[in-house]
Ligand binder design. Structure first.
Ligand code: NDP
Length: 333
C-alpha cells in the first residue's frame, strides 16, 4: 500500500437540493480524496465547538462548500510535509483559518492542510490536552491577553465571565482565577455552581442579572469581562463596567445583536475589545499556546473535559447548540 492509498475515516457533510445537510461517517476515503495542502497530518484528536455544532447540523453561515469534513480544530502528528518548517513525526495543532468551514477539517483520521495554518504543539502538550483547549480555550486565552494588554490587573476589581459553563467560559474562568482574579461566573445553569467554583469562580450569578439591566449606565461593578454570549448580556455588562475597564467580546451564543448606547464608552472610558481567533496572526498564536501550556489549571482538565468518538458528533452538535454541553469535549477519530 502506498502513502496515497492510506484509508481515511471522516465525517462528511453533503448538501441536498433543498439545502438540507446530511452527515455521514465514511470509511471508504483515501488520502487522495483530501484537499491540497503541504502537510498531511495524522489526526489524533479534534474537539467540539459551538461553530462545529452549527456546521454539523447544516445551519447557514459556517460551511462554505460541500462536501465538507467539519471540525475547526485538530491535533496530531505530521505524516508528510513539503514545507521545511514541518517534518514527519512533528507534533502539531491547528485551530481556525477556515478549516472545517472552507477546507476539510479535523473530524477525520487524516487532514491535509497548508503549513501556514499549523502551530507546533508546545513541548509536552498531548494532542488530547491541545484539543481540551481547542478553539474555545485558545479564544479564552486571547481574551485574557487582550484584557492584560489593556493594562487590567486583578487588583483593580472583579472580572465577570458570561456563558461560564460553556467551552470558552469554562477555560476563561479557570485561567483568570489562576492569574489571581476574583471571578464572577454568569450562567444560565446555576446548578453548575460546584463545577464553576472548582474552576475557581468566587461567585455565581444568573444570566438574567446582566441581561435584565436596561439603563445606559448601571452601578459600576466589574473591572473587566469576557463575554461569549453577546445580546442583552453584553449590553448589561458594558453598562456595569467600571471606569477605565474593558470587556473582551468573543461570542454570540445568546445573540449577535448589540443594542446599547455610547454612554459607557464616553462617560466611563470603557473599552470593547473584539476577539477573533480564526485569523489570529501566528506570533500571537504561539504566545497564547505557550501560555496555555504552562497556565492551564489541572482543575479544568480534571472536571471540565470529556471525550467522545467521532460517531457521537451529530448528537453532541445538537446538545451544544441547545447550551447543554458543559466545558470542553475532545473528539477521537
Ligand atoms: P458553548 O456552547 O460551549 O458555550 C456557550 C455558553 O453560552 C453556553 O454553555 C451557555 O452557558 C451560554 N448560552 C447559551 N445560550 C445562551 C443564551 N440564549 N443566553 C445566554 N447565554 C447562553 O460554546 P463555545 O464556548 O464553544 O462558544 C461560545 C461562543 O463563542 C459562541 O458564540 C462561539 O461562536 C463563539 N466563539 C468565538 C470565537 C472567536 O474567535 N471570536 C472562537 C470560539 C467561539 P451557561 O449555561 O453557563 O449560561
Amino acid at each position: 500500500m502506498t502513502q496515497s492509498d492510506v484509508q481515511v475515516r471522516a465525517l462528511v457533510l453533503t448538501q441536498n437540493e433543498d439545502k438540507t445537510v446530511n452527515a455521514e461517517l465514511r470509511h471508504d476515503l483515501t488520502v487522495q480524496d483530501l484537499p491540497e495542502g503541504e502537510v498531511l497530518v495524522a489526526v489524533e484528536a479534534s474537539s467540539l465547538n459551538y461553530k462545529d455544532g452549527l456546521a454539523v447540523l447544516g445551519r447557514p453561515g459556517v460551511v462554505r462548500r460541500y462536501p465538507m469534513v467539519p471540525g475547526i480544530d485538530l491535533a496530531g502528528s505530521v505524516v508528510t510535509s513539503t514545507d521545511d518548517r514541518y517534518r514527519p513525526g512533528d507534533p502539531v495543532l491547528l485551530t481556525g483559518w477556515g478549516v472545517g468551514e472552507g477546507h476539510w477539517g479535523g473530524y477525520a483520521t487524516h487532514a491535509r492542510v497548508r503549513a501556514d495554518w499549523l502551530t507546533h504543539r508546545p513541548e509536552g502538550m498531548t494532542a488530547s490536552t491541545a484539543m481540551a483547549v481547542g478553539t474555545a480555550g485558545f479564544t479564552a486565552m486571547l481574551s485574557v491577553m487582550a484584557l492584560e494588554d489593556h493594562g487590567l490587573t486583578p487588583d483593580m476589581g472583579e472580572v465577570v465571565v458570561t456563558g461560564a459553563s460553556g467551552g470558552v467560559g469554562s477555560v476563561a474562568v479557570a485561567l483568570l482565577a489562576a492569574r489571581g482574579w476574583t471571578v464572577v461566573a454568569s450562567t444560565g445553569r446555576t446548578d453548575e455552581g460546584d463545577y464553576l467554583r472548582a474552576l475557581g469562580a468566587s461567585e455565581i450569578i444568573g444570566r438574567e442579572v446582566l441581561s435584565d439591566l436596561k439603563r445606559p449606565l448601571e452601578k459600576e461593578r466589574f473591572a473587566a469581562g469576557i463575554d461569549s454570549v453577546g445580546g442583552s448580556t453584553l449590553a448589561g455588562l458594558l453598562a456595569s463596567t467600571r471606569r477605565g475597564g474593558a470587556v473582551a467580546a468573543c461570542g454570540l451564543a445568546q445573540s449577535s445583536d448589540l443594542h446599547t448606547t455610547v454612554m459607557p464608552f464616553i462617560l466611563r472610558g470603557v473599552s470593547l475589545l473584539g476577539i477573533d481567533s480564526v485569523m489570529c496572526p501566528p506570533d500571537r498564536r504561539e504566545r497564547a499556546w505557550a501560555r496555555l501550556n504552562t497556565e492551564l489549571p489541572q482543575a479544568l482538565l480534571d472536571t471540565g473535559v470529556h471525550t467522545a468518538p467521532l460517531a457521537d458528533v451529530q448528537a453532541l452538535a445538537a446538545q451544544i447548540l441547545a447550551g447543554q454541553v458543559r466545558g470542553r469535549t475532545v473528539i477521537l477519530p
